[in-house]
Design a protein around this ligand. Structure first.
Ligand code: AMP
Ligand code: GLY
Length: 425
C-alpha cells in the first residue's frame, strides 16, 4: 500500500514512524514532512494548505490511503476532494470538521444533543459583549474565545472585568486572531484537571485509543503563555477505569450519533479535550484530528497495526476492531527554540539525537530540517523526546535522560512534565 501523510510536525512524524511498521505499507510520501523523514518516507514539497495540489498528487501517485494530520486541510475540504476523486482518506469531511473549526458550532451542537459542557454565550458585537461582562451575570474568572481556528491561541482566561474587557478589544476590535474574532464565545471557567481522549471513528462507531494529558503552558508549574504543547503523558493520570465508559457514552457516542443524524457523519479522529470537574467530565473543545503532542505518547503505546485501524475507519468500518495497547506509560518532553511561543531564530545544528536514541528514547522531529545530512532547527517546537516505562516515573526519567544528550543553541524545555503524576502515584 502507498500512503500519503499530510503535515509537518511531531504528530505526523509519529504517525509516519508507526505506519511504516505495518506489513501492509510499502511506501510513504510525506507532505511536506520534516527532518525526521530519513529512512521512513519520501518528502513531497506541498504545503498542507495546498489541498488541490495534494489531491492531484494523490491521484497521480495512485495513493491507497491519505492520512491527514493538521486541521487546516480538513477545514479546506481535502478529504471531500480526495473522495470525489476516488482516493481513500483518513479524516473528516469539511462539514464534520466544523467540530473543530467553529467553537460556536460545537457549543450549540453540545446543547442540542445534551453533551456535557460549560455554560456559554455568543457575541457578534463588542459593545454587547462588554455589557454582559459588566452585568451581575458574569462570574470571574471567565473564558473568552475567538470563534474560528486560531492555532490554539485564541483563548483568554480573564481574572477580572478589566482583563475581560481588554480581551474583547483584542479579539473583536483589534482582530488579533484575524477573522476568527468576528464572533466571540464567552464561557464559564471550569475547574478540575484536564484529559485528552481520542477516538478513531468510522462515521458510526468510535474506538477510544490510549488517553493522554498535554502540558500547554510554556514554563514550569503551568506558568507563562499558552503554546502548542510543551510535553505530554499517557495515560491521563486523572482518568479512572469507570470514567471512560461515561465519556464514550455521553461525549463520543452522542456526538457520532448526532453528527450522522445531522448529515455530517464523523470519520477520523475525534479528539475530546475534557475538564474532569466535580460534576463529571465536561467538554472544553473538540479537535477533528489527532492531538499534538498527545499523539507522540499515545501512538507508541498502541501495539496493533495502525494502518489497519485507519484504513478500516476510511473503508469497511471499525466495528469489532480489537485494539492492543501496551501497559507501559509514555512521557514526551518538547525541546523548543529559545523565545517560543514568541519570535525565535532558526537554523541551529541539533546535536545528540543518536545518543538520545541510544538511551532508549524515541526522538520525534517537529520543527527540524535536514540540511545535507545535518539536522537543524526549523520551528518553535523542535523535537519531542519520548520514552516508555513500566511506571510514569521510569518513563519520565528515561525521557529526561535522553533529552540531556540533545543540544542546540537556545534550547528550552520544561523540567516538570509528568512530575505531578509521579508524585501522586
Ligand atoms: P481550548 O483551545 O479551547 O482547548 O483552550 C485552551 C486551554 O484553555 C484549555 O486546554 C484549557 O486549559 C483552557 N480552557 C479553555 N476553556 C476553558 C474553560 N471553559 N474553563 C477552564 N479552562 C479553559
Ligand atoms: N494538544 C491539543 C491539540 O492538539 O490541539
Amino acid at each position: 500500500m502507498k500512503l500519503l501523510v499530510v503535515g509537518a510536525g511531531g504528530r505526523e512524524h509519529t504517525l509516519v514512524w508507526k505506519l511504516k511498521k505495518s506489513s501492509h505499507v510499502s511506501e510513504i510520501f510525506w507532505a511536506p514532512g520534516n527532518g525526521g523523514a530519513e529512512g521512513l518516507a519520501k518528502r513531497v514539497a506541498i504545503s498542507p494548505d495546498s489541498v488541490t495540489e495534494l489531491a492531484d498528487f494523490a491521484v497521480d501517485k495512485r495513493i491507497d490511503l491519505v492520512v491527514v494530520g493538521p486541521e487546516a486541510p480538513l477545514s479546506l475540504g481535502l478529504v471531500d476532494m480526495l473522495e470525489a476523486k476516488g482516493i481513500k482518506a483518513y479524516g473528516p469531511s469539511k462539514n464534520a470538521a466544523r467540530l473543530e473549526s467553529s467553537k460556536i458550532f460545537t457549543k450549540e451542537f453540545c446543547v442540542r444533543n445534551s453533551i456535557p459542557t460549560g455554560l456559554f454565550k455568543v457575541f457578534t458585537d463588542s459593545v454587547k459583549a462588554a455589557e454582559f461582562l459588566r452585568s451581575s451575570e458574569a462570574r470571574f474568572p471567565i473564558v473568552l474565545k475567538a470563534d474560528g481556528l486560531a492555532a490554539g491561541k485564541g483563548v483568554i482566561i480573564a481574572c477580572d472585568l478589566a482583563e475581560a474587557l481588554a480581551a474583547v478589544k483584542a479579539i473583536m476590535v483589534d482582530r488579533e486572531f484575524g477573522e476568527a474574532g468576528s464572533r466571540l464565545l464567552v464561557e464559564e471557567f471550569l475547574r478540575g484537571e484536564e484529559a485528552s481522549v481520542m477516538a478513531v471513528c468510522d462515521g458510526e462507531n468510535g474506538l477510544i485509543i490510549p488517553t493522554a494529558r498535554d502540558f500547554k503552558r510554556a514554563l514550569d508549574n503551568d506558568k507563562g503563555p499558552n503554546t502548542g504543547g510543551m510535553g505530554s503523558l499517557s495515560p491521563a493520570p486523572i482518568l479512572r477505569d469507570g470514567d471512560l465508559p461515561i465519556i464514550k457514552e455521553k461525549i463520543i457516542d452522542r456526538t457520532l450519533g448526532a453528527m450522522a443524524a445531522e448529515g455530517s457523519p464523523f470519520r477520523g479522529t475525534l479528539y475530546a479535550g475534557l475538564m474532569m470537574t466535580a460534576e463529571g467530565p465536561k467538554l472544553l473543545e473538540f479537535n477533528a484530528r489527532f492531538g499534538d503532542p498527545e499523539t507522540q505518547v499515545v501512538v507508541p503505546r498502541i501495539k496493533s497495526d495502525l494502518f489497519e485501524l485507519l484504513a478500516a475507519s476510511a473503508q469497511e468500518g471499525i466495528k469489532g476492531f480489537r485494539l492492543e495497547v501496551s501497559d507501559e506509560a509514555a512521557v514526551s518532553v518538547v525541546a523548543a527554540s529559545g523565545g517560543y511561543p514568541g519570535k525565535y531564530p532558526k537554523g541551529f545544528e541539533i546535536k545528540g539525537i543518536r545518543e538520545a536514541e541510544k538511551q532508549g528514547a524515541i526522538v520525534f522531529h517537529a520543527g527540524t530540517r535536514d540540511n545535507n545530512g545535518i539536522i537543524v532547527t526549523d520551528g518553535g517546537r523542535v523535537l519531542n523526546v519520548t520514552a516508555l516505562g513500566g511506571t510514569v516515573r521510569t518513563a519520565r526519567e528515561s525521557a529526561y535522560r535522553a533529552l540531556s544528550c540533545i543540544h542546540f543553541e537556545g534550547m528550552a524545555f520544561r523540567g516538570d512534565i509528568a512530575m505531578e503524576a509521579v508524585e501522586r502515584s
